[in-house]
Design a protein around this ligand. Structure first.
Ligand SMILES: Nc1nc2c(c(=O)[nH]1)N[C@H]1C(S)=C(S)[C@@H](COP(=O)(O)OP(=O)(O)OC[C@H]3O[C@@H](n4cnc5c(=O)[nH]c(N)nc54)[C@H](O)[C@@H]3O)O[C@H]1N2
Ligand SMILES: Nc1nc2c(c(=O)[nH]1)N[C@H]1C(S)=C(S)[C@@H](COP(=O)(O)OP(=O)(O)OC[C@H]3O[C@@H](n4cnc5c(=O)[nH]c(N)nc54)[C@H](O)[C@@H]3O)O[C@H]1N2
Ligand code: SF4
Ligand SMILES: [Mo]
Length: 728
């Protein structure tokens, strides 16, 4: 009960049950469903199974799927309220084109004809690489697979990336460097079987609430949480490590140092399955407890205790999320985490893996089928055999498969600014709220000759800037699959048709391919997502992410199937599957790499003018830029506005009081009139603001500094000053 209270789930549920009536405003009999449609939650990467209740052709409610292995009937507040998204007033219903009177309604024929014409014009004038495409981890896999083929082979540009570079690209790069391939090795079962669970920069209580059910089921674990903030997850911990901002790399190196010094490593595993041990030992020499204590702010006793717990555990699990990824040292921090797991043989073991908890409902699907940082099926751009295999599967000339990735998201934006990219297609992401240092982005978008935004909501801060807006069907209105953090592929189904003339992203892609004249070549005879899924099964066959034994029907019957699931899979779909259980990795010699990664301070340190370290993140009620949750009355009522968390010591010094309105200022911008929360959740010298609110957009002040390897933004630290707001 204590944990559930801390999570806020009970509280949220009570408020939810109460306010649901008020929000909907009609009698409960009208909310009794006559049909239930099975599907998967469209918010986070936990991947809960759910059912949408439909009455007389309208969605009226949703509930957890008792038979789904991920959530066994439970849902968090967002999942419980998800059906409201579909009836929101500000759904995008018709295509629009910018004319004399702003965005004007047009037909689909005109929209897609104009779009194909503009892309062709730009390609002829400047070359196909002058077209950029930015997509998302929120499409179904079938759509993303189709889009990759369309962009690469149809439009002929490799300048294709997604919001996943604001999110997961660091984990992807880290896995590739250490293990030779992307792919989180563990399973949710590890949460229930591990003896030690170390969560680094992962606030699952707010952001992956149903994972807490898996943790709760493990009564023998020691839960260690590293976060500069006393997050709700930190409140659940047996041991809380209040690390100084972005000192995690030193922390993890320091634990490795103690493990090696005290012989708490698996020498046999290291000798058989890794390269680089001697070099790593020499490198880690300086990361002794005193040195690491100075960087992290943790006592040497605490460091020794944590290292010994980790090293002696029968099953030690490390989960991390954005506290690690949102950093210009992120990839190297992931490598250091992977080192810890390799040194102790905790990879793909029951209860032991280095596990990147993903973010969006289908961030994983984009990683598997992508054409962004890899070729589909985790094939490598630089590998000739991989390119030949893909070309022959598709029956196209190998020259059409690129030999290197195109520009990553932030580099697409700077190419737009430099007029190297002239046309941009943005699909299911809202950069005007989510991209760091928004002013530079705004300048860049102003340079474009043609901007198309495809979204299920309109207006949004991004759609209003577009030359063309394409209305898309949302979750609940379309079919396909999502892959969750543990590589479980679950079915997504339509409960109702999309509003107005909105089309599924899948249909939009196929129709655009028709306009571009490549539909029959690339998507012969395709009519529905299942056609894409069947082709993807063949493309993934024999790869690490092998889908070839899956079917939609088996997936639905078992509450999802984890990959790899080859044609003649030798275990039932229900058995937990892990990667690298035999210690053989995806590198040339099958060995994983131990990587030396040096800690360094974050780029913009506090100064006299900007004395606070700004941390940004999430709250349980809201989803990202709030296009969805902002339309849901109950969630809005619980979290109606942005706030800034400040320690009482700092508030006293600045003579600020709870609920004062404050401005947050950096060298890049100012966010006005944010409500002050005075709380010891945040340490002195640091402040925290959620990034969900366009009205108080914290990305006005964040910094556009990126990880040189993954290109992920350093969202979690920059220097700001806090001022009492001028009276309105
Ligand atoms: N309710 C809700 N759930 C979501 C989402 C949402 O928008 N709303 N989004 C989904 C997506 S796409 C993602 S990526 C995930 C993100 O899930 P999380 O990564 O859990 O989310 P954040 O709140 O961004 O950051 C997590 C924690 O990192 C901590 N942190 C900041 N700096 C540091 C540091 O230097 N070191 C360490 N160790 N920790 C640090 C923050 O204090 C915060 O508690 O959530 C998913 N789930
Ligand atoms: N300061 C700061 N900034 C951050 C973060 C942070 O922690 N701090 N986190 C970063 C992270 S991890 C992430 S993932 C990003 C997320 O940032 P965004 O991707 O910009 O956030 P969303 O609000 O999810 O945007 C998705 C958009 O797609 C639309 N949409 C939803 N479903 C569909 C669909 O099926 N089809 C179509 N066509 N449209 C659809 C929604 O209406 C919405 O406009 O934000 C990043 N920005
Ligand atoms: S935990 Fe994630 S997947 Fe599950 S109901 Fe909540 S938002 Fe949806
Ligand atoms: Mo994310």
């Amino acid at each position: 009960m204590k944990i559930r209270r801390l999570l806020g789930l009970d509280i949220a549920r009570e408020k939810y049950a109460f306010a649901k009536d008020a929000a909907v405003g009609h009698i409960s009999a009208q909310r009794v469903a006559d049909t239930w449609v099975k599907t998967t939650c469209g918010y986070c990467s936990v991947g809960c199974g759910m059912q949408i209740g439909v009455r007389e052709g309208k969605v009226v409610t949703s509930r957890g799927d008792q038979n789904h292995s991920v959530n066994r009937g439970k849902l968090c507040p967002k999942g419980l309220a998800e059906h409201y998204v579909l009836n929101a007033e500000n759904r995008a219903r018709y295509p629009h084109l910018r004319g004399k009177n702003g965005l004007e309604r047009i037909s689909w024929e005109e929209a897609l004809g104009t779009m194909a014409g503009e892309f062709r014009r730009v390609a002829e004038k400047y070359g196909p690489q002058a077209i950029g495409v930015i997509s998302t981890g929120q499409l179904v896999t079938e759509e993303f697979y189709t889009l990759g083929k369309l962009v690469q082979l149809g439009l002929g540009t490799s300048n294709f990336d997604g919001n996943t570079t604001l999110c997961m690209s660091t984990a992807v790069s880290g896995y590739k460097r250490s293990f030779g391939s992307d792919g989180p090795p563990g399973a949710y079962e590890d949460f229930t079987k591990a003896e030690v669970i170390l969560l680094i920069g992962a606030n699952i209580a707010e952001n992956h609430p149903i994972l807490c059910q898996h943790l709760d089921a493990n009564t023998k674990k020691t839960l260690i949480v590293a976060d500069p903030r006393v997050s709700k997850t930190a409140m659940m911990a047996d041991i809380f490590l209040p690390v100084k901002p972005r000192s995690d790399l030193a922390l993890v190196n320091g634990i490795a140092h103690i493990l090696i010094r005290d012989g708490l490593i698996d020498r046999e595993y290291i000798d058989r399955h890794t390269n680089g041990f001697d070099e790593l030992c020499r490198f880690l020499d300086k990361y002794d407890p005193e040195y690491v204590s100075g960087i992290t702010g943790l006592s040497t006793e605490l460091l020794e205790r944590v290292a010994h717990l980790y090293g002696k555990a029968n099953g030690a699990f490390i989960g991390w999320t954005m506290g690690v990824n949102h950093s210009s040292k992120g990839t190297e921090t992931v490598n250091a985490i992977n080192n810890l797991a390799l040194l102790t043989g905790n990879v793909g073991r029951v209860g032991g893996s280095p596990f990147s908890i993903t973010g969006q409902c289908n961030a994983m699907g984009t990683r598997e089928t992508g054409f962004t940082s890899s070729l589909p099926g985790y094939r490598k751009f630089e590998n000739e055999t991989d390119r030949e295999e893909l070309a022959s599967l598709w029956g196209v000339a190998v020259e059409r498969i690129p030999t290197q990735r195109g520009l990553a998201y932030p580099d697409i934006i700077s190419a737009v600014l430099r007029k190297k990219i002239r046309a941009l297609w943005i699909i299911a992401t809202n950069p005007l709220v989510s991209f760091p240092n928004i002013d530079v982005l705004k300048q860049a978008l102003g340079e474009l000759e043609f901007l198309v935004v495809q979204d299920c909501f309109h207006p949004t801060p991004t759609t209003v800037l577009a030359h063309m807006v394409l209305p898309a069907a949302a979750w609940g209105e379309k079919e396909g699959t999502y892959t969750n953090s543990e590589r479980r592929v679950s079915k997504v189904n339509a409960a109702v048709p999309p509003p107005g003339e909105a089309l599924s992203d899948f249909d939009i892609f196929l129709r655009l391919a028709g306009e571009l004249g490549c539909r029959e070549e690339l998507f012969p005879g395709w009519k529905e997502p299942r056609d894409a899924f069947e082709e993807w099964k063949r493309v993934s066959e024999g790869r690490l992410c092998d889908y070839s034994g899956m079917t939609y029907e088996v997936m639905e019957a078992y509450g999802g199937i984890q990959w790899p699931y080859p044609k003649n899979a030798d275990t039932a779909p229900t058995a937990a599957r892990r990667l690298y259980t035999d210690g053989v990795f995806e590198t040339a010699d099958g060995r994983a790499k131990l990587i030396c990664a040096e800690w360094e301070p974050f780029p913009e340190q506090p100064s006299q003018d900007y004395p606070f370290v700004l941390n940004t993140g999430r709250t349980v009620e809201h989803w990202h830029t709030r296009t969805k949750t902002g339309a849901i009355a109950i969630l809005e009522q619980i979290a109606p506005r942005a706030w800034l968390e400040m320690n009482p010591v700092d508030a006293k010094r600045l003579m600020l009081r709870p609920h004062d309105l404050v401005d947050i200022v950096s060298t890049r911008g100012r966010v006005r009139r944010v409500e002050l929360r005075v709380t010891e959740v945040i340490a002195p010298g640091q402040v925290f603001v959620p990034f969900h609110f366009a009205e108080w957009n914290i990305n006005e002040v964040t910094q556009d500094i990126f990880d040189p390897i993954s290109r992920e933004p350093n969202y979690k630290q920059c220097a700001v000053r806090v001022e009492k707001a001028a009276s309105a």
